[in-house]
Every structure is written in C-alpha cells, then in structure tokens.
Design a protein around this ligand. Structure first.
Ligand code: ADE
Length: 245
C-alpha cells in the first residue's frame, strides 16, 4: 500500500482522473490511497490567502510558505518513510528511474506549485525533492502531480494485472518496445508481419528483439548508449545498420 497526499489550491482537478481506469481500481481495492488537501484550508488570514506580492517587487504573485508548512505539519508523520515532493519546472526531469525509486516509499506528499513563483523557503526547508515533468511551463503543478501518481502507482504490486506487467515496459528494459499487432490479419492492404503468424516462438522473439533495437536506434539512439546489450544484440544491430544503409 502506498499513500499519496496531494496539496493543491485546486483539489477538485483530481476528481476525474482518479475516478476511472486502473487508478480507480487500485483506489477501490485499497492498494493505493490518495488524499487531497486544499492548501487554502491552512491559510492563516481571514481572506485565506495562499499567495502574496514578491519582496523586492516585480510582476506576479508568490506562493506563501505558512499554509504549505502548516499542511505538512498535519500530514507528515515521523514514522513513515515519507518523501515530500514539489512539482516545479525547475526540478529534476521525471523519469521511469525516479518512478521506480518512489514506488519503494510508502508515503509520498506532493505539493502542487502555483503562481509566478514559490517562496524559496518552501524548497529550502520543507521539500525532499523537486520534480519537473518536462521543459515546458504549465499553469500549475496539478497535471504534473497526476502524472507522478499514475507512473508510480502502476509500479505498485497488484495495480497492473499479470498481463500488463511493467517488467517489459519501454524504459524498464532500456529499449523501446517492439511493434504489436492484433486481428484482423489484413486491413485495407495493411498486413501483419508473416513471422508473427508462424508459431515459431524462437523466431518471433528474435524478430521482436531486433525490432526493439531497430526502433530504439531510429527514434531514441540516446537510449541505446545506456541499454544493457548482449552479443546477440550487437550482432542484430550490425544487421540493422547494414539493412538501412
Ligand atoms: N509546474 C508548471 N510546469 C511544470 C512542469 N513542467 N513540471 C512540474 N511542475 C510544473
């Protein structure tokens, strides 16, 4: 069981993505637990302000430190193996490796940043890790938080069914996945590769491995440099290079 606590000024944004598909199933089966917290509820002043003007001037508003600190005081307990994460475009780039890392914790607290900036004292004193989902800027950390919850949850045992094992995912093997086909055997003039209909599993596995290598070489050559490759893989790569010359 893994528990997520999400701090946001728009907790209602999470209702729809968590009410369908595998995440809903995992929630219903109590394999994961997601608790939403409205940061506004922890604001100290009567207007429930969660942002304020920046010291030193300049445009935009800054997310205040007290409401976030008070929320964390409430949520974070000393006993659990808890990580506090801030979603921000300035964080380390999210990856399968980070998802695997975090899937080993039993309690993850995610702060969704907002406004032009976040009081630096939040990152300095309250956060274990800052994570970005990519080099683009969104209106807030809510969508990034959903991505984190989704990518981590599917690695938690029993969230995926047996047939959807994460073991052979793109990235888990270090290579892109081989192409898949299902019925019909022919649609318009588009046919399924003959080898997949042959029933020869040795040949099929070899074809799939070669396709994985070929795709990775074409689309993500950067991944090939880090992927664990066997001698047979090197031979297949040589074959691919010759074929594409
Ligand atoms: N908040 C706004 N943009 C973001 C991004 N790219 N990653 C994480 N949090 C964000």
């Amino acid at each position: 069981m893994i528990r997520f606590d999400i701090l946001s000024i728009f907790p209602e944004m999470f209702e729809s993505p968590f009410s369908s598909s595998l995440i809903k199933k995992a929630l219903d089966r109590h394999i994961i637990d997601v608790r939403l917290h409205d940061i506004r509820g922890y604001a100290v002043d009567k207007h429930r302000m969660t942002d304020d003007y920046p010291y030193g001037g300049g445009g935009g508003m800054v997310m205040k430190v007290e409401p976030v600190a008070r929320a964390l005081d409430d949520i974070v307990s000393e006993e659990s193996d808890c990580r506090v994460i801030l979603m921000t475009p300035q964080g380390e780039p999210f990856s399968q490796k980070i998802a695997e890392d975090l899937a080993r914790c039993n309690h993850i607290v995610i702060i969704c940043g907002h406004y032009e900036g976040i009081d630096e004292r939040i990152s300095e004193n309250l956060v274990d890790r800052e994570i970005s989902i990519g080099d683009y800027v969104l209106t807030g950390g809510e969508l990034p938080a959903m991505i984190l919850v989704d990518a981590i949850s599917r690695l938690v045992p029993n969230v995926l069914g047996n047939n959807e094992s994460a073991l052979f995912d793109t990235f888990a093997t270090g290579l892109l996945e081989y192409p898949q086909y299902t019925r019909p055997q022919e649609y318009r003039t588009w046919t399924v590769p003959e080898v997949l209909l042959s029933g020869d599993h040795k040949k099929i596995n070899q074809w799939r491995r070669k396709k994985s290598l070929e795709r990775t070489l074409m689309k993500r050559p950067d991944l090939l440099e880090k992927a664990p490759l066997s001698e047979e893989d090197m031979r297949l790569l040589e074959e691919i290079r010759k074929e594409t010359e």
